[in-house]
Design a protein around this ligand. Sequence first.
Ligand SMILES: Nc1nc2c(c(=O)[nH]1)N[C@H]1C(S)=C(S)[C@@H](COP(=O)(O)OP(=O)(O)OC[C@H]3O[C@@H](n4cnc5c(=O)[nH]c(N)nc54)[C@H](O)[C@@H]3O)O[C@H]1N2
Ligand SMILES: Nc1nc2c(c(=O)[nH]1)N[C@H]1C(S)=C(S)[C@@H](COP(=O)(O)OP(=O)(O)OC[C@H]3O[C@@H](n4cnc5c(=O)[nH]c(N)nc54)[C@H](O)[C@@H]3O)O[C@H]1N2
Ligand code: SF4
Ligand SMILES: [Mo]
Length: 730
Amino acid sequence: MLFGRNKKNPIKMADRGVVKWTYSTCGYCSTGCSIEIGSNAEGKPVASRGVAGADVNRGKLCLKGIFEYEIFEATGRGKTPLIRDKIHNSYQTSDWDKALDKMAAEIKRIQAAYGRDSFAIVSTGQLLTEEFYTLGKLTRGVIGTNNYDGNTTLCMASAVSGYKRSFGSDGPPGCYEDFEHTDCLIAWGSNLPEQHPIIYWRLKNAKEKRPFPLIVVDPRVTIFAQFADIHLPITPGTDVVLQNALIHVILDEGLEDRDYINVNTNGLDELAQEVRNYDPCTAAKICGIDEDTIRTVARLYAKTDRAMSIWTMGINQSTHGSDGVVGINNLNLVTGNIGKPGGTSLSITGQCNAMGTREWSSCSGLPGYRVLEKTEEREEIAQFWGIDPEFFPKKRGLTETDIFPAIETGEIKGLWLIATNPMTSMANTARIRKTLEKLECLVVQDSYVDVETTQYAHIFLPAGTWAEKEGVFTNTERRVNLTRQVQQPYADSKSDMQIFNELAKRFEHGQKINFPEQPEQVFEEMKTLSKGRLVNISGMTYDLIEQKRGIQWPFSQAQAQQGGNGNQRLYTEPATFRYADGRAKLIPLPFINNNEVPDEQFPFWLNSGRLVEHWHTRTKTGKIGNNNKFSPIPFMEMNPDAAEELSILHQSYVRVVSRRGDAVVMVMLTQRVPRNMVFIPFHFFDCVNRLTLGLLDPHSRQPAFKQSAVCIESIDQNLAAQLNIESREY
Ligand SMILES: Nc1nc2c(c(=O)[nH]1)N[C@H]1C(S)=C(S)[C@@H](COP(=O)(O)OP(=O)(O)OC[C@H]3O[C@@H](n4cnc5c(=O)[nH]c(N)nc54)[C@H](O)[C@@H]3O)O[C@H]1N2
Ligand SMILES: Nc1nc2c(c(=O)[nH]1)N[C@H]1C(S)=C(S)[C@@H](COP(=O)(O)OP(=O)(O)OC[C@H]3O[C@@H](n4cnc5c(=O)[nH]c(N)nc54)[C@H](O)[C@@H]3O)O[C@H]1N2
Ligand code: SF4
Ligand SMILES: [Mo]
């Protein structure tokens, strides 16, 4: 049968017997899609669908969101607390009281013996904001350790640090709607179609309606690079050189926005002096982009009315991560592209609540973007919680990447990991394993018991996940969105917030400070603390958030009363940056290449990152058939010419070796990577992070996951196949 031109053949969805849809926000990436979870007559989640009226995703979901309802019952969920029996070195099931009593006793014992900071806490970007706030209160106000951080140090720390250095505060100034106004977009080290498929769809849609040049800076020919008008295959780790060269051309040719610079910035002279050293000819030799292209891109970016930059891990995960972010901000400030529609510097965040943890978790400071270094901010929070301000440290403690070395040196004796799996996700996992084995007490709090890190735990606490709980997430464009509870936490697991509340009761301060039981009561506390702050959420309520399908901060009570929406952009008015004089800083960025680079012994760059179908360490997507089937075993992208030279065949197994260790992977031949580079997704246990070096950025302490050097050896194919099949089984 023929259909008319405009007639659509509707896709028939299998009838799963849904009787109720519950409003939620996707718990995977930071795009922040509004999602509804369908439950059947027995109350079991059996479907997910995108919410049509939601501004972010307009009814769409990617393949992670579509199958997300399956995570509740995926194999390996933690059912009850476990305590390791030292004599038999096996885990015994426990009840909650016993496990939490033991945990509190261990924390007290370690702190009494070795000092308050000898017990460290590392959390995540994947809890609800109310949970982050509660954990912050517990850590800063009750337990009182200063060695408290999140896995966001592996992820967004460089963006946070770069925003603070340039603008005086964290907080991405733009939004997705900027795609609809921009005249030119540079994407730095971001593979949007795979990692943020719905943001990519928004960008593609905008570009189809109103074409603008898209420039992708990435050493790999990603799907995004294939879609770009100009692809800049940069030499790994040298983005700062390209940024300096672009600014060199802009200033040399008088293309800067003098009016904007005069009103809004400090430091032009120092910046101008530094970029003089980066003429396109010199820069080309370092960053691998030819001088004419550098000039073309600089002119394109500076001459249009509205130009914007987005970036993700290709920038952040580098020894120049923080500088790379400042470099992007420099470029936007000299061209007058901050705070205007289509002119912005927008960090694409990673985890569903990478923003919520920055705003409210107290990891690097105190709630609501307050810092430990300011007396008045310490006093404000101490008074609000009802404790002595002297209980707070006066400056930030160690980051996650410094906490692990401090365990090695014996400074830290106890560790509590909440929703993060460092045995797979941190660099040089052989070293991480040895480090975890040194701990007197390791507590792992996770929704799944089969995560690799649990093997080293003395106490395991099973947590509810995603829509087994209620609360909010903040996405890339500062939009606070809601998850309603679809069902109770699995088996005998508890919500993370309940776990925090019950642990608090076991400490003296925890009996004094109020720990509300309901998430919305916690949200009310945060609202009060947000008044007059950059991160003002005081106009929001759960019902209003659901009704509007998410609200961007700042959103004051006055805005709510007027029936308005949140602010789409920051710094829209002149001289409103967060430094005392309202001006942003232009910061000179000298480049010193301290990376591990390929040499004769280790001739390949090792690049690592993600795949659309998998989420991080696969604790969820590894168990969902429709996600896992696309890449059930580790593989490595390798250039066919390089493989031919080494007589390596497509789909054969090889041993990849670095100065840290080795890994066995299957080779996929593809032109996506250049001759001198291989790429391995980081989703698999005992794989790429056995090899990575993870040198740290000096400002953010974020590891350079994307730059290591390796060599490749052929191996016995039968043995290798066996190894890989074993690693596939959970
Ligand atoms: N499907 C899926 N989506 C996700 C995630 C997931 O696990 N799975 N994780 C989420 C999280 S937490 C994050 S942080 C984001 C990450 O999102 P992305 O940063 O987009 O993803 P990555 O694959 O880590 O890295 C992006 C690109 O950086 C490039 N790159 C490597 N070195 C350099 C360099 O020196 N310069 C430049 N310019 N580029 C370089 C790599 O080749 C790679 O293509 O994704 C989020 N979304
Ligand atoms: N080589 C290399 N390594 C990398 C990267 C890279 O690009 N290359 N990227 C880095 C980046 S950007 C990131 S963000 C990290 C991510 O690294 P991790 O944070 O270690 O990875 P996840 O698998 O997301 O770990 C989250 C854990 O939380 C659990 N969980 C899920 N929901 C809940 C919940 O509600 N409560 C509790 N308690 N637990 C829950 C999951 O089961 C899982 O074990 O990896 C980093 N590592
Ligand atoms: S794009 Fe991100 S937020 Fe949206 S459905 Fe996919 S994983 Fe979820
Ligand atoms: Mo991340």
